[in-house]
Design a binder for this molecule. Structure first.
Ligand code: BTN
Length: 327
């Protein structure tokens, strides 16, 4: 996909720029500018044509910037060696890290847009250009995969903690096993894919998608109501800053998780769990269970009390509040 980045950088301030000035600045004709404006629109960016004045983005655009993310990480004390890969367009940041050669440190991949973003349970993850955060991290744990029960909950709590610093009002909630919700609407989701065990360790890809600056008033026809961080922060966010904040929290959480396991996070989960005490439906591979969500146990399994009072402990599934369209 062809992205006219020099033109986008000229327009990113959100001011109006004449076709003539843009053409002179970029050394191309006005009709070439017009063609590139159409390309930006095809990416989903909204460009206003102001008669007699020129072109203007409907809102200022803050691009992803590898140097800015790296500096913010170092400043905030991210301590492990890392390698950051930044793409304008990629199929999936999870897929990229999965297929990249091993690296003695943390592999990080971010993109402005994903053409085949992956969600949980084989769903697609809507990944339009320039609006949101699509970030994956390749992390190596010592020990085998059985020690990783609870990892997805820990990741959600880490992302929750980071995003809370940008939110001014109501708390962000976690929804088992790895979603973030705010006011009953999905704010972010995580997709964890194990790469398998080798040399006594286990590598995982942790994919994090955060609705960031997207306009949640736009109906994309999703089956889940959704919101974006901008709805909580009440101002557009610099995604570089948010990504760095998330990665710093992730490093802290994952090192504590490696030392102490899920028990160190149990209380925090209970505090922010939006399902606890609610009537839920959990879709599993083979069946559907209805009951009252009763928190998680030490293995990070979701407890669901059925009509007879029996608690079922679930390791996987897709939970929704009954009567509400909360995925
Ligand atoms: C979900 O809630 O279903 C999980 C969504 C995870 C989306 C992220 S975006 C970055 C990374 N790359 C992907 O292809 N998926 C994850």
């Amino acid at each position: 996909m062809n992205i006219p980045l020099p033109l986008l950088h000229c327009l990113k301030d959100g001011d109006c720029h004449s076709g003539e000035q843009l053409g002179a600045h970029l050394g191309i004709s006005r009709s070439a500018i017009w063609k590139q404006i159409r390309q930006l629109e095809r990416l989903g960016l909204k460009v206003r044509s102001v008669p007699g004045l020129g072109y203007q983005l409907d809102k200022a655009f803050i691009p992803l910037d590898a140097a800015e993310i790296e500096q913010a990480l170092l400043k905030a004390g991210f301590s492990l060696p890392f390698r950051l890969h930044l793409f304008q367009v990629i199929d999936s940041t999870n897929r990229f890290l999965r297929d990249s050669p091993p690296f003695e440190g943390v592999g990080i991949c971010c993109a402005e847009m994903q053409t085949a973003g992956r969600g949980r349970l084989g769903r697609a993850w809507h990944s339009p250009f320039g609006e949101n955060i699509y970030c994956s991290v390749r992390w190596r744990f010592s020990g085998d995969i059985s020690a990783l029960a609870g990892l997805s909950l820990v990741v959600s709590l880490a992302v929750r903690e980071a995003l809370s610093a940008f939110a001014s009002n109501e708390p962000i909630a976690v929804k088992w096993p790895n979603d973030l919700y705010w006011q009953g609407k999905k704010l972010a989701g995580c997709l964890i894919e194990a790469m398998g065990e080798s040399n006594g360790g286990t590598e995982v890809i942790i994919g994090i998608g955060i609705n960031t600056n997207a306009d949640s008033a736009v109906d994309h026809g999703f089956h889940t109501p959704w919101c974006a961080l901008i709805d909580l922060a009440l101002q557009p966010l610099c995604r570089n800053t948010v990504i760095a904040a998330v990665l710093v929290q992730l490093e802290r959480a994952l090192s504590l998780f490696s030392e102490q396991g899920f028990s160190a996070f149990h209380a925090a989960w209970e505090r922010f769990d939006c399902l606890r005490g609610q009537a839920v439906t959990v879709n599993r591979h083979t069946d559907t269970l209805e009951g009252i969500a009763s928190g998680v146990n030490a293995l990070a399994q979701l407890g669901v009390r059925d009509g007879t009072g029996v608690i079922h402990w679930l390791s996987s599934g897709d939970a929704s509040l009954r009567g509400e369209h909360l995925k």
